[in-house]
Design a protein around this ligand. Structure first.
Ligand SMILES: [Zn+2]
Ligand SMILES: [Zn+2]
Length: 863
């Protein structure tokens, strides 16, 4: 225990936090594979290494760290790994921007190298921020998806699912970004509102309205509703497509909206998802008018080689020339755009690789997982039920896990590597054996690469020890913490992959957190300049204050609005706690030998309250209700300990009394337990206090299992606290200093209370408790006049009236007579013109009386 004079008056956040961060050892947070303790494996999110660990990440990691630290204290063998989900478009786009190139300007390997270098630097920046926030990460379980030891597992998972028939290649319409020149999954399409032009034109005698005239070359049919009288008998007729002159059939389909435009629509391959639906339903032909770069193909005849935008203008111009463009109007619509570059997506039919989505299996597995908050499960369910086609996993990019297949140039056979040879890059490596079908030895490596979710959706297999086949030794993980924004991607794909590869659900529980909004209530974005960086908060108020903000901001799953006031309040709470701690340490250092038993009323009461707080905080932590846990701790420390207990016990602590030791023992226990309750949320502060108190790390201690029941102490202590608070208010109202002597105080309660003299010391009074009721004598000591009545009613007689009233005896003051004599004249007593002043006496001493519920307090005036 450190002498209190060594404790600085001010808590220097920066110094304390930095000191502990350089003292703590990474090894203390390592998962121990040989431990007999129950394991608790956290399938933590591998963030995308942007170089910027933003406040949304910070909130997510605060939650994870609270859980990891809490579970360690509860005796679990915790794995808190840290992954980095490296591959993907954002890094490629960043490299393209930084070097002013496109991916095709440099050799593939060179481009990958540029991406890897950028990623390594970004990971280092983010690690620094994470360490500054005090997360108890298990750095021995760090994984980086772009490194061979990880992506060989991604490749192995691909091969297994391919062999099992869960992965296939097919020519099928997919969402395609022509800027990024790659297919993307539905989950990566954002729908945004925009205003566009709806063009009405004559289509071989039928009026058609379209927003995409450039797709005219890709028109394969005209559809009408079967009940639309205007088009009766048209079904099966063939119409000539304006400008292009190829003929297309008229078909009927109930999905056509007769109320839109003229009720006839042209079907193109492909304008939108509905076109894909009709194309499949009616077995229509495929006409590709737009290529992967967004350029018009030969199918577009004279428009070939134009961008789709230029083609649109040219076709509208030509329609006008031909006199078939009838009118144009504005239309509000929602258009799908690339999540990364915001380019409107095209739907292109291409050979792609797909993962089969077994919806019912995924939902069955999802139902076996416990979802917190519960309602987040329905987001998963809605998404699963809205998926219209399988998961497209091939990307026409470079910085990603290569798809490990070759094609035989002789017979077209798909040739696979042996799993032992992974990882491979089929564009560089060659198969070790000839083509198993034709014996040929000339191969083309697959150039397409995998969707980055193919890497991250096996994170749980990786951390549970998957070696590329079979069931991982530590599978399933205990919990998956993640944001609600990636339920339809990361959660969905992980469940899908775990089910396909291992046959089970990936985690026992999933904990879904909300997003952080700016102080203005909007999503943080550069354009709103409402971004707050974690470093900014930590620089001013420290990691623990940010962590308190994270814990207290909102219930888990709800979005949190960032608020500087919360951070300031968090920092003030630490100042308050530090002051309490210094005060307590000043008293504890005078105690030597074994701790004394806790005997006195208010000390036992404190332990009862502490015990209730432990129960509340434990229940909250078990349910991941960090806001509830922090609230209970703050209320206890601030109200119960500082405001109520310390104010009452102070006198005894300074007194040379044997009962002082009881208070010191209660305080020692309280500080010990409080530090441990605080350890998961504010680890630096808890460590600083605990080290001074116990000369050990609080982070190797167990969670407090502190139960203390004492009904009498609870009841009597509550009475004492309430009484002292009331009498302090009484002093204040009387304009007395709080330490001014209060005289003789009797507290009449229904039971005998032994407060060890604490009330008296706290109030500077001769305070005694009595189990009886006071023998109060009510005496009339004077009269109060109501001049607002007397003045206007009696005017000149007022003075005489008041003299006459003052001369009345106590009985008449209480029960006024109808008249009094003023200057020999009987005048009526106006109603409400005076009331008697009543005083109380006990055993002849005049007293003030306070009533607190069924407790009566008398305060004697003679001291
Ligand atoms: Zn894009
Ligand atoms: Zn072959």
């Amino acid at each position: 225990m450190s002498p209190s004079h060594q404790l600085p008056k001010n808590y220097d956040i920066e110094e304390v936090e930095r000191r502990w961060q350089s003292t703590w050892r990474d090894e203390d947070n390592y998962f121990n594979p040989d431990s007999p303790k129950p394991r608790f494996i956290i399938d933590t999110p591998p963030p995308y290494p942007t170089g910027n660990f933003h406040i949304g990440n910070a909130l997510n990691w605060c939650y994870i760290d609270f859980i990891a630290r809490y579970k360690r204290m509860r005796g679990f063998n915790v794995m808190f790994p840290q992954g980095w989900d490296c591959h993907g478009l954002p890094t490629e786009v960043k490299v393209e921007e930084t070097y002013g190139i496109t991916k095709n300007d440099v050799p593939r390997e060179k481009f990958r190298e540029m991406c890897r270098d950028l990623t390594i630097g970004n990971i280092e920046k983010m690690r620094t921020t994470m360490r500054r926030l005090g997360f108890s990460t298990d750095w021995s379980h760090e994984y980086i998806t772009m490194l061979p030891e990880y992506y060989k597992k991604t490749q192995a998972s691909f091969l297994q699912m391919l062999k099992a028939g869960d992965i296939y290649q097919s020519e099928h319409p997919v969402n395609f970004c022509t800027r990024c020149e790659t297919a993307i999954a539905f989950a990566e399409v954002n729908y945004v509102p925009r205003t566009t032009t709806l063009n009405y034109f004559d289509f071989d005698g039928i009026e058609i309205a379209t927003t995409r005239p450039e797709l005219l070359a890709a028109c394969v049919a005209v559809a009408v509703h079967p009940d639309d009288e205007r088009y009766r008998g048209m079904k099966g007729r063939r119409l000539a497509v304006p400008i292009f002159e190829h003929e297309v059939p008229v078909i009927e389909d109930v999905a056509v909206d007769p109320g839109f435009g003229s009720g006839a629509v042209m079907i193109c391959t492909f304008g939108d998802k509905t076109d894909v639906y009709w194309w499949k339903q009616h077995h229509l032909e495929l006409r590709k008018a737009i290529d992967r770069q967004g350029v018009m193909t030969a199918a577009a005849g004279p428009y070939a080689g134009m961008s789709s935008e230029a083609c649109r203008k040219a076709i509208l111009h030509d329609m006008e020339e031909a006199g078939i463009l009838k009118r144009q109007e504005e239309l509000e619509q929602r258009v799908g755009t690339c999540w990364r570059c915001k380019t409107p997506i095209e739907i292109l039919s291409e050979r792609q690789w797909f993962v089969r989505v077994h919806r019912d299996d995924i939902l069955d597995a999802a139902k076996k997982i416990s979802w917190t908050p519960e309602h987040m499960f329905s987001r998963m369910e809605n998404w699963a039920n809205s998926m219209e086609w399988d998961w497209c996993i091939s990307r026409q990019r470079i910085f990603a896990t290569p798809i490990p297949v070759w094609f035989c140039t002789t017979c077209g056979e798909v040739v696979l590597p042996a799993e032992a040879d992974l990882p491979i890059d089929p564009t560089v490596d060659k198969p070790r054996v000839p083509c198993p079908r034709c014996g040929g030895s000339d191969f083309i490596g697959e150039k397409d690469v995998l969707d980055t979710w193919m890497d991250s959706s096996i994170s749980v297999l990786h951390v549970t020890g998957w070696d590329g086949s079979g069931k991982p030794p530590l599978f399933p993980a205990q919990i998956r913490p993640q944001g609600h924004d990636i339920i339809r991607t990361w959660a969905f794909y992980t469940i899908l992959r775990a089910k396909a590869l291992v046959g089970g659900h990936p985690w026992d529980e999933i904990l879904v957190n909300g997003m952080v909004l700016g102080e203005d209530g909007f999503k943080m974005s550069k354009s709103r300049s409402n971004i707050i960086a974690p470093e900014e908060i930590v620089g001013q108020y420290g990691a623990d204050a940010l962590r308190q903000w994270g814990a207290g901001g909102a219930a888990i799953g709800s979005d949190i609005m960032f608020n500087w006031n919360d951070v300031v309040a968090a920092s003030r709470f630490q100042t308050k706690l530090w002051n309490i701690f210094r005060f307590v340490m000043g008293h504890l250092e005078t105690v030597t030998g074994e701790p004394a038993p806790v005997t006195e009323l208010i000390d036992r009461w404190l332990l009862v309250r502490l015990s209730e707080t432990v129960a509340e905080v434990t229940a909250a932590m078990e349910g991941y209700q960090f806001d509830r846990a922090l609230k209970a701790i703050r209320e206890f420390a601030w109200n119960t300990l500082a405001d109520d207990y310390v104010e009452i016990v102070k006198g005894r602590l300074y007194a040379d009394d044997s009962s002082r030791a009881s208070a010191c023992s209660a305080l020692r226990t309280t500080m010990d337990v409080l530090c441990r309750l605080l350890a998961p949320i504010i680890p630096h502060f808890a460590e600083e206090c605990y080290h001074n108190l116990a000369a050990r790390s609080v982070h190797t201690e167990t969670w407090p299992d502190f139960a203390y029941a004492d009904d009498e102490a609870r009841r009597h202590g509550d009475l004492l606290v309430k009484t002292v608070a009331e009498l302090r208010r009484y002093k204040h109202d009387k304009g007395m200093a709080l330490n001014a002597p209060l005289g003789h105080v009797m507290i009449y309660a229904s039971e005998p209370v032994d407060d060890a003299g604490d009330a008296g010391r706290a109030l500077a009074a001769d305070a005694r408790w009595s189990a009886g009721t006071p023998r109060l004598e009510e005496v009339v000591s004077g009269v109060n006049f109501n001049m607002a009545i007397i003045g206007p009613t009696l005017r000149k007689q007022a003075r005489g009236f008041m003299e006459a009233v003052q001369a009345l005896g106590p009985e008449l003051l209480k029960n006024p007579p109808a008249t009094v004599t003023v200057d020999g004249e009987e005048i009526p007593v106006p109603s409400g013109s005076f009331t008697p002043k009543v005083a109380y006496r006990v055993a002849g001493e005049e007293v003030d009386v306070l009533t607190l519920g069924d407790v009566i307090v008398t305060i004697g005036h003679s001291s």
